[in-house]
Write a protein that binds this ligand. Sequence first.
Ligand SMILES: [Zn+2]
Ligand SMILES: [Zn+2]
Length: 152
Amino acid sequence: MNEIITFLREKDCRVTTQRKAILESLAKCGQFFSAQQVFDKVKRAHPDMSFDTIYRNLNLFSAFGILQQIHLPKGDGSVFEITASPHPHLVCLSCGKIRCVDNELVDLTVLNEAVGSGFIICRYSLEFYGYCSACRPARRAAGGGKEADVCI
Ligand SMILES: [Zn+2]
Ligand SMILES: [Zn+2]
């Protein structure tokens, strides 16, 4: 967590008491966490902090590349993960399990060359939705046994 604080200071981001409290609570939130989960943790020690403050700071940390936002399907909002390098995620449509994918799949240098000089890609958020190995057998049985029937 101290590395993150040092990193933010280097980027001229003021690490206020509020921000520090949020960062400290992130370490206790598990791998993937929602703004609501962070809010529930932070408000125990800082009852005056609003959900809006938490949400704005999580987005700010995402912009600095400390957090990555993962968008959930079916309008379930998003969760965050602490990460030093952005990478895509696999999200199961059935059980909601999230898996990290090696970031080598997405090469920003290659993408920027493909996009051309009219735009520069700085960061990304990429989710693939499908079914994990635990949920697939049930989907396959329901779809007549073919793997292709899983994707409906
Ligand atoms: Zn699943
Ligand atoms: Zn991840």
